[in-house]
Ligand binder design. Structure first.
Ligand SMILES: Nc1ncnc2c1ncn2[C@@H]1O[C@H](COP(=O)(O)OS(=O)(=O)O)[C@@H](OP(=O)(O)O)[C@H]1O
Length: 383
């Protein structure tokens, strides 16, 4: 009262009133701002579609799933610029799954506050464990087969090699399923990891997941496969010894070094014996790596039959790219542009001493014969 008297005495009444009004407005504004910030904090975040995640959500997901993410970053083909758009699509699918899992409590290792239930994503379907797996062989043409078969509308495949049954088995089936794309009823989930075929434990592990799993093996002449394998290693480590010196334990006696993985992988009959302990022959399809190049539609016909799919992929889906020297897809899955596999496929092989090649042919012949006998198919590598 005394203060107002002093002020009202010192200032003209009009000015004094204006100051009081402005002070009140300021106080009200401050209170209003304070109130708003509190309300916003408790309000649900805006609903975003599958294409519009907040960067913060992605960062949080990224750190929580660092291990999975790192694994995916190592995926051959994507990170080397082979198919970046597919890589990012897979990554986005995982992010969707992560958020849905957080909402449904399905994410085993997820920690922290769940996102508000109003956050939803448009992707339909559920993640299932694969019903069909391309288990081998390395350098057989497994990438081409996966890219070709996933053109089928009833096939959904994970682009990356999950390496679950060899390297990441301890992560558990929930982790593995989390890597899979979502499928609708009637769609088949697939993955490819070529090293499974030569991994001792893989057959028993896949059987433990599903005794009905359908297995596909792309096989290729073991001699060219070995050279292809060596070419890949050479491209990463140019200082390695020559193919000729690695192929032999003793070059003078002609003793082959079967402990060298490039040689070992090609002894198909031996690896197959292990798979037959768990799976009947009818559950394994052998695709010819050579015919996958010369007649992709023909091989894809067999694959579709084996998977119980309508024959949708035909020769209309392929064109032969002369520069690349391989069949390519006119319309790959999720794209309308023609696409060939990347630079890591179809590398020029080094010239190998013809005598060494002949020695290897002699070495593989009995194993190939056994393999033809076991599978009931002659792949023509010894003609
Ligand atoms: N359509 C098409 N385009 C490109 N390449 C094709 C195709 N079909 C089969 N191939 C052959 O696939 C070989 C690589 O096999 P993988 O994909 O199984 O290799 S990997 O194990 O995944 O590294 C690769 O071997 P290299 O030629 O030795 O590189 C190709 O010969």
């Amino acid at each position: 009262m005394a203060l107002s008297t002093v002020f009202s005495d010192a200032l003209p009444t009009k000015v004094y009133r204006k100051i009081v009004v402005m002070f009140c407005v300021l106080l009200m504004s401050l209170y209003f701002l304070y109130y708003l910030s509190d309300v916003c904090h408790t309000m649900p975040r805006p609903v975003r579609g599958s294409e519009g995640y907040l960067a913060a959500d992605f960062d949080e997901w990224q750190s929580l799933h660092r291990k999975t993410l790192l694994h995916k970053l190592q995926v051959r083909g994507y990170w080397k610029g082979d198919m970046p758009e597919k890589y990012f699509r897979d990554l986005r699918l995982q992010f969707q799954s992560f958020n849905l899992n957080r909402q449904t409590g399905d994410g085993g290792s997820v920690v922290g506050n769940p996102l508000p239930s109003t956050l939803s994503f448009s992707g339909d379907g559920v993640r299932k464990l694969p019903q069909a797996i391309i288990i081998g062989v390395k350098k057989g043409g497994t990438r081409a087969l996966l890219e070709f078969v996933r053109v089928h509308p009833d096939v959904r495949a994970v682009g990356a090699e999950p390496h679950f049954f060899d390297r990441h088995y301890d992560e558990g089936l929930r982790w593995y399923r989390g890597l899979m794309p979502k499928t609708l009823d009637g769609q088949i989930t697939m993955e490819k990891t070529p090293s499974y075929f030569v991994t001792k434990e893989a057959a028993a592990r896949i059987y433990a997941m599903s005794k009905d799993a359908k297995l596909i093996v792309v096989v290729r002449d073991p001699v060219t496969r070995a050279i292809s394998d060596y070419t890949q290693t050479l491209s990463k480590k140019p200082d390695i010894p020559s193919f000729e010196s690695l192929a032999f334990k003793n070059r003078t006696t002609g003793l082959i070094d079967t402990s060298w993985s490039a040689i070992q992988i090609g002894i198909y009959a031996k690896h197959l014996e292990n798979w037959l302990l768990y799976f009947p022959m009818g559950q394994i399809l052998f695709v010819s790596g050579e015919r996958l190049i010369s007649d992709p539609a023909g091989e894809l016909g067999k694959v579709q039959d084996f998977l119980g799919l309508k024959r949708i992929i035909t020769d209309k889906h392929f064109y032969f790219n002369k520069t690349k020297g391989f069949p390519c897809l006119k319309k790959p899955e999720g794209s309308s542009k023609p696409h060939c596999l990347g630079k890591t496929k179809g590398r020029t092989h080094p010239n190998i001493d013809p005598e060494v090649v002949q020695r290897l042919r002699d070495f593989y012949r009995p194993f190939n014969m056994k393999f033809y006998q076991m599978t009931g198919q002659n792949f023509g590598w010894d003609n």
